[in-house]
Write a protein of this length. Structure first.
Length: 381
């Protein structure tokens, strides 16, 4: 019996494996990862500083632990070079060629990096995995000032976390507001005020152009002519799905590896989920969609084809300085936001042209309405 092979040991890969083993303990299972195979929750990385967690404390299980739990073979520190969908094989770098019965792509995503000039541009950090977090923690030692590139979800979470850890924090983003893709204007303004209230300084409507060494620190030149002094620059601009391996294998890709609602790619016996996947037109790099997809795919792999279902899945932004929950309206839905501003929060609702609630954004005290509003929104898929 050919094994089920999973490429990737992040939340998506390991959750599929765990869910599969609840249903099928007999089929051989193999996982391949280019890192050490530790199991950890990636969302923890953007609020671990204030909890004073080292990288070693974030990892919940080692690859050896996961091997025992999953009754699987886990190849660690092994890169994959190619997939042959006709031969049903995976070629690894300086390692074995692996045959599969069914293949799962849980490859994740890479940080988006913008081109920067300057003699310190190569030193700009990003945090996308446990190894990155360890390097970031080491780089912070003895530093006081951090400049963040990006005021999106991860940028705002890191800004809050760094301020809670008593670092001086400045945030640069070309958008006119934080969480520009998720929040309507008044909700975004309330979040900004909450973060500014703990000392975060924003440079919005502009971008970093150059990062240069300046004495013992760094000097960052912004497009609007402003110069900012800092000790460290962290890029949190966003993520881009890892699609190169799939594309080279002839699979259909768009914003992610394209799958149907059963998580099947354009090739038979090959599936994808998580940050690397575009599932029935949806690219949702969040925990709840990954969990929904993993449970459905496990049933399919175990012999019961099951389509993933996406209910309304609000995203909780980890900004304790200003609690924020958002359930973005689906792309392409015509409608408009209405925002109810109070002294202690903003309740923003997105209704389509028929008046049906399709999304919401809650900041401050308005987050208490999360559960009731979630029940009003129709399923996404």
């Amino acid at each position: 019996m050919q094994p089920i092979v999973i490429l990737g040991t992040g939340l998506a890969g390991y959750t599929v494996a765990r869910e599969l083993r609840k249903l099928d303990t007999a089929t051989p299972l193999m996982l391949v990862t280019r890192d050490d195979g530790s199991f950890y929750s990636k969302p923890v990385l953007s609020n671990a500083l204030a909890q004073k967690k080292a990288a070693s404390q974030i990892a919940l299980n080692s690859a050896a632990d996961m091997t025992r739990q999953l009754q699987a073979h886990i190849h660690t520190n092994l890169a994959v070079n190619a997939i042959d969908v006709a031969a049903r094989t995976v070629t690894t770098e300086n390692g074995p060629t692996l045959a599969y019965g069914q293949l799962v792509l849980a490859l994740g995503a890479d940080p988006i990096r913008v081109p920067l000039a300057g003699d310190a541009a190569d030193g700009v950090l990003s945090v996308n995995d446990l190894g990155d977090y360890a390097r970031f923690r080491a780089a912070l030692d003895g530093k006081r000032r951090v400049l963040l590139l990006g005021a999106g979800l991860i940028g705002c979470e890191f800004a809050n976390d760094l301020r809670a850890s008593d670092f001086d924090v400045e945030v640069v983003d070309p958008a006119p507001q934080p969480l520009g893709r998720l929040l309507p204007p008044k909700a975004a303004a309330f979040l900004r005020a909450g973060l500014e209230g703990i000392g975060v300084r924003f440079h919005l409507g502009t971008a970093a152009q150059a990062v240069n060494h300046a004495g013992n620190g760094l000097r960052i030149q912004l497009a609007n002519g402003t110069t900012v002094e800092s000790d460290l620059v962290l890029s949190a601009i966003g993520l881009k799905a890892r699609t190169a391996l799939a594309q080279a294998a002839g699979l259909k890709v768009n914003r992610g590896i394209v799958t149907d609602s059963f998580l099947q790619t354009s090739a038979e016996h090959v599936y994808a989920l998580g940050d690397c996947a575009e599932v029935a037109g949806h690219n949702l790099p969040f925990v709840m969609p990954i969990m929904q997809a993993a449970r459905a795919l496990a049933k399919t792999l175990a012999g019961t084809p099951t389509a993933v279902q996406y209910p309304a899945m609000p995203v909780v932004v980890k900004t304790p300085a200003c609690p924020t929950v958002v359930s973005p309206p689906p792309p392409g839905v015509d409608g408009q936001w209405t925002e109810d501003v109070a002294s202690d929060g903003v309740r923003a609702l997105f209704r389509d042209v028929a008046g049906k609630l399709r999304g919401f954004a809650l900041v401050g005290a308005a987050t208490k309405d999360k559960q009731a509003l979630t029940q009003e929104i129709p399923a996404l898929l």
